[in-house]
Design a binder for this molecule. Structure first.
Ligand SMILES: [Mg+2]
Length: 226
């Protein structure tokens, strides 16, 4: 019997873990201290799904001085907040435990941040050692590099793999690698246009919440595997 799917690739922030509100709130605080006034929602809209290299480029263009100390202040703040309040995305852990196919994480976050966020939760052990950071490849998402890295690690065929991401960058990366992309929207996300953004980026479908996501993954699987 052939495998129903070679690989399911999950983005981390905003899909596996409910980290984006915490990251945006603390980033807005650090940016304001560095002289760039920004609300948490503006930070969410501007930086969600971006790598730190891309953020650094943005900060430089905005004329911020002391970018290294901005990052170190923010890291201290965000990692303390993760330790105090980070949770898995609602409903995602049961979905993962029931999903009996090869799976991995493909994140634009640094390895340090992955350890200090996903690493706090039981979800880490579901994926380890298959937790891949953009630091492991030349270019972060939206380039296909990280998705191709995941496929190679599992000897997986792109046409028999799917990727789930809440950012248009992740959807673009999957599409560029020939992998079907499913957009994910946190039901608590304050942004009203997420479905349209993800579909416009090339998502084959958009799931709102883990239950919806499970139904969409089932559609790609033989009935007995989930
Ligand atoms: Mg994300």
């Amino acid at each position: 019997m052939t495998r129903p799917l070679d690989l399911v690739i999950f983005d981390c922030d905003g899909v596996l873990i409910d980290s984006e509100p915490i990251a945006s709130r603390t980033l807005a605080r650090s940016l304001s201290a560095a002289g760039l006034s920004m609300t948490a929602e503006e930070a969410l809209r501007t930086f969600t799904g971006k790598s730190e290299a891309d953020m650094r480029y943005y900060f430089k263009a905005a004329g911020i001085c002391g970018i290294d100390s901005l990052f170190s202040n923010w890291h201290a703040d965000v990692y303390a907040a993760f330790a105090a309040e980070l949770r898995a995305m609602a409903g995602i852990e049961p979905l993962l435990r029931a999903l009996d196919v090869p799976k991995c994480v493909a994140s634009n976050s640094t390895l340090v941040r992955l350890k200090k966020s996903l690493g706090l939760l039981d979800l880490w052990d579901i994926f380890a050692p298959h937790i891949f950071s953009a630091e492991m490849v030349a270019r972060p998402k939206p380039a296909p590099d990280l998705v191709l890295h995941c496929l190679a690690a599992f000897d997986a065929r792109p046409e028999r793999s799917i990727m789930i991401d809440d950012s248009h960058h992740g959807i673009q990366a999957a599409s560029a690698a020939g992998v079907k992309a499913i957009g994910f929207v946190d039901p608590n996300d304050p942004r009203p246009d997420r479905r349209e953004v993800l579909l416009a980026a090339g998502a084959a479908g958009v799931a709102v919440g883990a239950e919806d996501l499970a139904a969409m993954i089932i559609a790609d699987l033989a009935p007995s595997t989930l």
